[in-house]
Design a protein around this ligand. Sequence first.
Ligand code: FES
Ligand SMILES: [Fe+2]
Length: 550
Amino acid sequence: MTTVAALSLFPNLVFRPSYKFCSKKVGVRDGFKVLAVFGEGASELERKSSSNVWGAIFDVEDPGPRRTQLVSGKLLDVNQALEVARLDLQYCDWRARQDLLTIMLLHDKAVEVLNPLAREFKSIGTMKKELAELQEELAHAHQQVHLSEARVATALDKLAYMEALVNEKLLPEQKDKGTSGPTSEPEYEIHSPTTSSRNASQLQTKSQRRSLNVSGPVKPYNPCLKNFWYPVAFSSDLKDDTMIPIDCFEEPWVIFRGKDGQPGCVQNTCAHRACPLHLGSVNEGRIQCPYHGWEYSTDGKCEKMPSTRMLNVKIKALPCFEREGMIWVWPGTDPPKATIPSLLPPPGFRIHAEIVMELPVEHGLLLDNLLDLAHAPFTHTSTFAKGWPVPSLVKFLTPASGLEGYWDPYPIDMEFRPPCMVLSTVGISKPGKLEGTSTKQCTTHLHQLHVCLPSSRQKTRLLYRMSLDFAPWLKHVPLMHLLWRYFAEQVLNEDLRLVLGQQDRMINGANVWNWPVSYDKLGIRYRLWRDAVERGADRIPFTKQIDSGL
Ligand code: FES
Ligand SMILES: [Fe+2]
């Protein structure tokens, strides 16, 4: 039901239906009273208006310079009535300003007169009062500063969100590119920690478009992922007569040194009857099968076949090189690249530990974990992050390259180096205290290399190298390497139980990237990089080469 109102400037006269106004001179000087009558339509209004059931709506004390236009009892339409009210308001406002100006002038005069006296004879009580007022002002200023900080935090938050959106922009391009890989179309979504409804609705819109889905049983490795140089072992572990069996992309291989001392990598399955070769031995640069004694050189050629006529037999061998203390192989079918990445720590560091572990998780899940620092105060509560407070905001900032940056508020630089490496430099200002400074401000540092070699379907061969730019004498402490290994295993075990749980759920259909937020940036970028490689995209995002020639 529609209720209509008629307004009137007193007195009530005959008027047409709909809204009417009337003015009436009231007791105040030059004032008007605006009256109204309410009804259910024109006829109702006319009836009520004729029966004088007007109600006062507001007073116009002084309509100002245009008051001559108003005549008592004149009927006005809605716009005219509102114009009256508006003029009145403007006039009152102007008058208030005049009054305020007058007060200020008077105040200034009073201060001018009294101040010299006040300075000399100000009582302690007055001073206390003024001090209290100053303190109040200071508290107010502090409050403003906190508000500003909050605004800055929000701005940073938005910045992180914008960065995430920029990352996302790379995806549509990938979607348009080839789909040679067996994986499904990438779907991706980043959730900002910002809680504003605007962003929430934006994200909701986005989520309808894309979301990153990493779920389901671990698939066979995509062949495109093999076309990289992979570090598989530390040089120090490969003596002239030792063999290192590895699984690489779900195939068993064995590494040993040839006659010339150069490493070789051959399939770990004898051509004769499939015996594991690493159970044998290395003689004069050849690996000997423990079953019937067949011997293979580093290029896979069988050079000895005891007790039978020699046949032309060759087993598979991978291109294999030794660089900067590591053994590298090329498992792919493409021709090997002429350069391999350099993984050495920066100058001034000394390597203190090289540790290898076989872990029962898919290498991507382990990389996701290593590329995330926000979990530290929750997960590593018994090791390096013991006692760390939980920051109000954790961010990964990438000023130089898409896969390299630093963590805020931690003094930690981090980089994902394709295809499966994580490099990090940790600034140590005080033992156990990591917060609050950048790596450059710290005088001592720890450098870490994690290589996550895809070995079997749900297994990763982890190569961990730790270097320090201080305390070189630690290298000479007996059994120190055991202590480093103990520390590394403690830290890793804190992660492993969680990642194993993720893997179980992922296999059963849960999405391990269901709800990424801004501090997940580096992990998401790794997934974007990997997705592009596996699909054979023409342009691989975030690529950067820091290579050393072969
Ligand atoms: S199985 Fe290797 S020599 Fe027979
Ligand atoms: Fe961790």
